[in-house]
Design a protein around this ligand. Structure first.
Ligand code: LLP
Length: 417
């Protein structure tokens, strides 16, 4: 038992579907992100089927992992997409996503990004301020288009998650203040080149309880009822993303329980329901494979210096996030307390503290739950080329992104004549 449903030990070797991870190391090297196609498919279906007969659209939050292969897989499963930039729009279109299933979120959409999204005829703009609504109306007018709009309302609900990823409190930069929303809906109705079609909220990420979602949802429903009473017709309600996953000891609700409970709150209302899950679709469908370069024992601590670093997976450094770290090949040697650190020149460059492992130089480790906000937040700090990515399907390993080369990193730089 690995503790992770999609990655199991067979003959003491940690496997992804039918592929032992040491084979991936031999074929593609490290550091390498590894995803399971069957895990991605299973989690998507769990979400999608949880809505049962209700008219709905799952819009995968691209920021969690924008790999073309993953987007393409979700597109083929019928997914929509939640994007936050022109770059993500291009990726979704390139991966075969349906523009009519794209919602565009984010507090700072530039007019060129708005233009590109209008040109693609996306499903909806999730607007976060009066100023943005004005720009959207203006750009749409210039293009002789009507922009479909949902207002992202900030319900002022405590998501009880890490402060950096909590977004639904009134002091956060996100959304339209709850008590100003009705007024903005009314003035939005008067604009010539927007059409108000939705209401949405997103209160944060890695939520492990349903209560804050439910509280936010009920506030939105009261607003929805007020709008309907004023003959402002809302076609869809977007519940945002945010459902947490198990990294260590968390016990988040299943997609089924989460969706069922929110749908119970929504009750008889007939609006189409949109949802924007990111982490819960991909987080536990991926891991980061790394190799121990050096073991270093000091009088204070034992360090395992591995070839993945904060530039590959920044979550431990940025949020003090816990990722389980498993040996790829299990042994019965005596364990020691290790600090698992990368080669980057910062003390914050660690993947895990105080892990009980039996390690030797050359061993492979799997940093678990790295499918979401792993590769997507990676950087080239210390001029480190980004990791390769593979997707396993049965006994097949597909290379979905080649390891970057240093030549690529510096190819668009110039020195002065
Ligand atoms: N919708 C909106 C408007 C969002 O801002 C986000 C995430 C999502 C959906 C997807 O949320 P999810 O289902 O993945 O929780 N880098 C952080 C997470 C940042 C989340 C930002 N917004 C981390 O590594 O924990």
């Amino acid at each position: 038992m690995s503790g992770f449903p999609f990655f199991e030990y067979h003959d003491a070797k940690l496997c992804v579907e039918s592929v032992p991870l040491d084979r991936i190391f031999r074929d593609y090297g490290t550091p390498c992100y590894v995803y399971s196609r069957s895990a991605l498919t299973t989690t998507f279906h769990e979400f999608d089927t949880a809505f049962a007969e209700r008219d709905h659209l799952v819009c995968y939050a691209v920021k969690a992992n924008p790999s073309l292969a993953i987007l393409n897989l979700f597109a083929k499963l019928g997914s929509g997409f939640d994007i936050v930039s022109g770059g993500e729009l291009q990726r979704v279109l390139k991966a075969g996503g349906d523009p009519q299933k794209i919602v565009f979120s984010g507090v700072g959409k530039r007019s060129d990004e708005i233009r590109a999204a209008l040109a693609a005829s996306i499903l909806c703009f999730n607007v976060e301020s009066e100023a943005e609504l004005g720009v959207l109306n203006q750009v749409a007018c210039e293009m002789d288009k009507i922009a479909p709009v949902s207002l992202r309302v900030n319900p002022d609900v405590d998501a009880r998650t890490h402060p950096y990823i909590s977004t639904g409190l009134k002091e956060n930069k996100f959304g339209i203040p709850f008590n100003e929303a009705e007024k903005l809906y009314a003035s939005g109705e008067k604009l010539t080149n927007v059409r108000i079609i939705g209401l949405d909220f997103h209160i944060g990420s890695q939520l492990t309880e349903i209560a804050p979602f439910s509280e936010a949802c009920r506030k939105m429903l009261s607003l929805l009822d007020c709008l309907e009473a004023k003959k402002i017709h809302i076609e869809h309600l977007d519940l945002g993303g945010g459902l947490g996953i198990r990294y260590f000891e968390e016990n988040p609700p299943s997609a089924q329980n989460y969706v069922t409970e929110l749908c119970a709150d929504i009750g008889h209302r007939t609006q189409r329901i949109l949802i924007e899950p990111g982490r819960s679709l991909v987080g536990n469908a991926g891991l980061l494979l790394t190799r121990v370069e050096y073991i270093k024992h000091t009088s204070h601590r034992n360090f395992a210096i591995v070839d993945a670093a904060m530039n590959d997976l920044i979550r431990p450094a940025l949020y003090d996030a816990y990722h389980e770290i498993l040996p790829v090949i299990r042994n019965d040697n005596k364990t020691k307390n290790y600090q698992i650190v990368g080669p980057v020149c910062e003390t914050g460059d660690f993947l895990g503290h105080d892990r009980k492992l039996a390690l030797a130089q050359g061993d492979l480790l799997a940093v678990m739950s790295a499918g979401a906000y792993g590769m997507s937040m990676s950087s080239n700090y210390n001029s480190r080329p980004r990791a390769a990515e593979v997707m396993v399907d049965g006994d097949h390993i597909h290379l979905i992104r080649e390891r970057e080369s240093v030549e690529e990193l510096i190819s668009n730089e110039r020195i002065l004549p």
